[in-house]
Design a protein around this ligand. Structure first.
Ligand code: ADE
Length: 422
């Protein structure tokens, strides 16, 4: 099958390993499996070409299989140069006949070439994680804009970019913000990022977390998730925030809150999860202790000012895989993990399948809604319809064997009336 399918992956001989790991992920993705079984019968995506710019993992492979079962042609490229699982990519090509353009560690130029190779398929739908696909369409391939009917966006950073485009009136087609579904960010951003970020830091460093001063920049859903996991492993968690509300929340959750410059002096491990640039600046790096470990788990590798750090470093070398040592002129060493790219996917395997199950169920059902119902949408960013969110929660609970109560008619009436007694 691979011969007929256009692709650029590391090594097709990895396909067998990839297949077994994709099957392993599927065990924890019951909601997506149910959707795939229904899609296989009903073919709601027949005739649709989808370009998916996602982290190419075993979970993404299960999403691609689901979309294909629904009748779609799916082409996949990476949404980050370091997040591809080469075996999963190979299996998608060999076993599923899906065109994949993604190689772990690809350089900037290849990364964008792969996005363009996906767009060469003239997709009607874009599926993005960070909005790079949409960005290339709008900046370099505007002639194709009219061919695209709609898109979806997986992550907070992408949604922020797309909302800015919609606000400036330049967004070329409607997009559903999958990230904003409750069954996505309550679980994927919080529990997924929390666990997978710890996993990435530990796999990269093999360091003990207990007893460290663990500095977290950003107390959104992802930062909250990481803070609770770091505390659970015995770290002294320090939170840095710019939003006063989130900062109070961190205080009341029992964490120390301070400015990054102050935290820089005492932190052992640092992780940024903000979506903004230069969250840890050159001067913050200069204030750090010898041996400080610094990483990022936000979508783009812009949160750490690594150029600034490089400019004050006397030397740099790989200390071990995914750990780069920057030696300062006074002899202090700062260790940066995974080139400042999202550490959970660079050094580990990303979020566990159980949370990606809900995130990708949102992707699949949102696409079905867009394609089958063809709602009249403007060129704006839309939420996932509430009934899809609710249905995914119901299906997940069912798969987990958890039963919940239902309101009695009297309770329903009470909640809907202002006249019933207090
Ligand atoms: N984003 C974070 N974790 C992921 C995973 N396991 N698969 C795809 N995208 C992800």
């Amino acid at each position: 099958m691979a011969k007929k399918v256009k692709h650029h992956v590391k090594d097709l001989r990895l396909a067998e390993l990839g297949k077994r790991r994709i099957e392993w992920a599927e065990i924890e993705m019951p909601v997506l499996r149910l959707i795939r079984e229904r899609f296989a019968k009903q073919k709601p995506l027949k005739g649709l070409t989808i370009a998916a710019c996602l982290h190419v993992t075993t979970e993404t492979a299960n999403l691609a299989r689901t979309l294909k079962a629904g009748g779609a042609t799916v082409v996949v490229c990476a949404s980050n140069p370091l997040s591809t699982q080469d075996d999963a990519a190979a299996s998608l090509v060999v076993h599923e006949g899906v065109s994949v353009f993604a190689i772990k560690g690809e350089n900037h130029q290849t990364y964008y070439r792969h996005i363009n190779q996906c767009l060469d398929f003239h997709p009607k739908v874009t599926m993005d994680d960070g909005a790079d696909l949409v960005n290339v369409l709008h900046s370099q391939r505007r002639k194709q804009l009219g061919e695209v009917v709609c898109g979806t966006e997986e992550t907070t950073t992408g949604v922020i970019r797309l909302r800015a485009m919609a606000r400036d009136g330049v967004l070329g087609f409607p997009i559903i913000a999958v990230n904003d579904a409750k069954t996505k960010h309550f679980f994927d951003n919080r529990y997924g990022t929390g666990q997978s970020t710890m996993d990435g830091i530990i796999r990269a460093t093999n360091r003990l977390i207990a007893g460290t001063n663990f500095v977290i920049s950003g107390y959104g859903w992802c930062g909250r998730g990481l803070a609770s996991r770091a505390r659970g492993m015995g770290a002294n968690v320090i939170v840095c925030e710019v939003d006063p509300l989130k900062a109070i929340e961190a205080v009341m959750d029992g964490f120390r809150v301070m400015k990054i410059r102050q935290a820089a002096k005492i932190g052992d491990i640092f992780c940024t999860l903000t979506g903004d640039i230069k969250v840890i600046s050159k001067d913050d790096f200069l204030a750090m202790k010898d041996g400080a470990i610094v990483c990022n788990s936000g979508h783009f590798n812009v949160e750490l000012d690594l150029d600034g750090l490089a400019s004050v470093a006397a030397s740099r070398r790989e200390a071990r895989p995914y750990v780069e040592e920057f030696k300062l002129k006074d002899g202090r060493c700062i260790f940066v993990l995974g080139e400042g790219r999202l550490i959970n996917l660079a050094a580990a395997e990303g979020h566990p399948s159980a949370v990606m199950d809900m995130s990708f169920a949102n992707q699949a059902l949102s696409l079905e809604y867009l394609w089958a119902e063809k709602p009249a949408l403007e060129k704006k960013v839309y939420p996932v319809p509430q009934d899809i969110d609710d249905e995914i929660a119901r299906l997940k609970l069912k798969a987990m064997g958890v039963n919940i109560d239902v309101l009695t008619p009297e309770q329903k009436e009470y909640l809907n009336s202002w006249e019933m007694g207090t």
